[in-house]
Design a protein around this ligand. Structure first.
Ligand code: NOJ
Ligand code: MG
Length: 599
């Protein structure tokens, strides 16, 4: 667990009450009187537009496809859907390389299609959030072309540098040893301008220069433009890499030190990234975007426009995005702990506890936690956590306090697609080779969404979809799961209903911990209501637990509300807390009351 100065600041200055119990259980008391704003208990749902629904038969998902499926999201109980980039792009990084920030990628549709999407979403009372990609543009963006040509006003739009001359060979070389995220140097020589430019991602994704006020203003214009078109906020991409260290007095950039993590010199992990990530200026920029959101609401009215920040950084940095006592920050910096901690420590009740501690212990008082188990950059949740734990993880993010995020298909228990080297599309993999690409590829979680058991899983009528389908689409799809009595989908929907109707889940305090060898427990409670208790056995064998080890105030019996697919127990049945048996992978949501009704 990271112990930082921010923890202390957060704990002492803001007075967050965390009562740490020895080793196994923690308790967090949150304010129960404050009315929550819409995003604080929201069910966010990430759509990867290229793979959600294809309306025109070209094998690629599109906006009209999404519009046609908004009712599905409504039915799921989603509050707000965030769309991965839909803007004009050469698609080197599938939309994260934007050539026109103000228009729609033609294969996805038009601005009118987008207006129709917003209109339908408004009718259904669904909010739409867009992906804001502030760090870089495509090298085909007119800003970049103008910058290459040193056109007035665009000279310093990107991070340009002459490079260095190698003392022994006399040859020109990049300004520093910095590496891009997709393997290889972060500097690319531009013949026309006769300078290097910086790209933290692919060569075609040139880093914008945030030390240029014109760039800062231009990107705020991007935010206001889409707010005018009716979006409810933004997921902000790759924020920690916005600023890099400034050149020294001689105009030179320092080299990153070797990290000691790997000897693969092409891979970014080989170097520390202290100079190119997690800079203080970046935090301030997020605060400036928050001002844009708040001003917009003040001028135009309506609900709060939210900022969700993508950041894979240590808590001391990440938590600063939440703002401080004098300045509002982002509403939610994404909490990826359930992804990152479980990837390094393994899938177990203990590592889940570490992941939850790590967020809640560091969270500044009065801020809203959030829980993410997957996205388009990770292998699918059911594949990473094990298919047996698919429901347990969906339940977990909904019983923990705050907002939850679902990546499309998690509600179905969708698993990774298998993509051959020949079919590989992701630049992170294409920049490697056929022997090692599977370490880097993000294609397996981007395969088409599974709607039906029919052709292309009902995603498209094309003869070939942009990525092949995952193998399990005939059993894991919306049609089959909606019709089944018990399915991941139906369990998910019941959870959302419970979450909407349950006061302890919405506003209650939280106690959590590990019982037995590998069972994670969460209790949500508030005075005057029955408590909600979540239990999940992450072991590969059955176990019987005594919940009094976790909480002596529990009643003698608990009533079953919701159970994972593995469970053969009956909803409404009562279970003794001192001897509760759980099968491998079994996860339960129980009530301390005697009623199983929650609608
Ligand atoms: C993070 C996005 O989620 C990822 O898909 C993308 O490749 C990088 N940022 C660069 O924009
Ligand atoms: Mg299409």
């Amino acid at each position: 667990m990271h112990r930082t100065r921010l923890d202390l600041f957060g704990l002492l200055a803001f007075g967050l009450v965390i009562l740490a119990h020895p080793n196994w259980s923690c308790e967090t008391t949150t304010s129960t009187t404050v009315t929550k704003d819409w995003w604080e208990n929201a069910q966010f749902y990430q759509i990867y537009p290229r793979s959600f629904m294809d309306s025109d038969g070209d094998g690629i998902g599109d906006l009209n496809g999404i519009t046609g499926k908004l009712e599905y999201l409504k039915d799921l109980g989603v509050t707000a859907a965030w769309l991965s980039p839909i803007f004009t792009s050469p698609m080197v990084d599938f939309g994260y390389d934007i050539s026109d920030f103000f228009d729609i990628q033609p294969e996805y549709g038009t601005l009118d299609d987008f207006r129709a999407l917003i209109k339908r979403a408004n009718e259904l009372d669904l909010k739409i959030i867009l992906d804001f990609v502030p760090n870089h543009s495509s090298d085909e963006n007119s800003w970049f072309v103008k910058s290459v040509n040193r056109e007035k006003g665009y000279e310093d739009y990107y991070v340009w540098h002459d490079g260095k001359v190698n003392a022994s060979t006399g040859e020109r070389q990049p300004p520093s040893n910095w590496l891009q995220a997709f393997r290889g140097s972060a500097w690319e020589w531009n013949e026309k301008r006769q300078q290097y430019y910086l790209h933290q991602f692919a060569v075609q994704q040139a880093d914008l220069n945030y030390r240029n006020p014109l760039v800062v203003e231009q990107m705020k214009r991007v935010l206001r433009y889409w707010l005018d078109l009716g979006v409810a906020g933004f997921r902000c991409d790759a924020v920690p890499v916005l600023f890099e260290i400034e050149p020294d007095a001689d105009g030179q950039y320092a080299d990153e030190e070797v990290s000691g993590l790997t000897d693969d010199v092409d891979d970014r992990k080989y170097l520390k990234s202290d100079l190119i990530e997690n800079r203080p200026e970046t935090i301030d920029m997020a605060y400036q975007w928050r001002v844009v959101m708040d001003d917009y609401q003040r001028i135009h009215g309506g609900d709060t426009r939210v900022l969700l920040i993508e950041t894979y950084a240590p808590p001391a940095y990440t938590m600063q995005f939440y703002g401080n006592r004098s300045t509002a920050g982002a509403h939610l910096p994404f909490n990826f702990n359930l992804i990152t901690v479980l990837a390094s420590d393994g899938v177990s009740a203990g590592s889940i506890k570490t992941a939850v501690d790590n967020w809640l212990d560091n969270l500044p008082a009065g801020r809203t936690p959030n829980w993410v188990i997957g996205n388009h950059d990770q292998r699918r949740a059911a594949s990473r956590y094990g298919t047996a734990n698919a429901d347990a993880m969906n339940m977990l993010v909904m019983v923990l306090p705050g907002a939850s995020v679902t990546y499309q298909g998690e509600e179905l228990g969708m698993t990774d697609g298998e993509i051959s080297w020949e079919d590989t599309q992701d630049p992170a993999a294409c920049n490697s080779n056929s022997d090692i690409y599977e370490q880097f590829t993000r294609d397996p979680s981007r395969t088409p969404f599974q709607w039906t058991s029919g052709t292309n899983a009902g995603f498209s009528t094309a003869s070939k979809t942009w990525l092949p389908l995952a193998a399990d689409y005939q059993t894991l799809n919306v049609d089959v799961e909606a019709a089944a009595q018990r399915s991941h989908l139906n369990i998910y929907k019941t959870l959302v209903e419970l979450r909407k109707s349950s006061l302890p889940l919405r506003n209650g305090s939280t106690k959590y911990g590990v019982v037995g060898e590998n069972v994670f427990v969460v209790k949500r409670y508030i005075s005057g209501s029955a408590s909600i208790i979540y239990l999940a056995n992450f072991a590969s064998k059955g176990v019987t637990v005594d919940l009094y080890e976790f909480d002596k105030t529990l009643p003698t019996h608990l009533t079953l509300l919701i159970r994972s697919l593995q469970s053969s127990k009956a909803e409404g049945s009562q279970f003794e807390v001192t001897g509760l048996s759980l099968a491998a992978g079994e996860a339960l949501v129980l009530s301390s009351g005697s009623s199983s009704r929650f609608d």
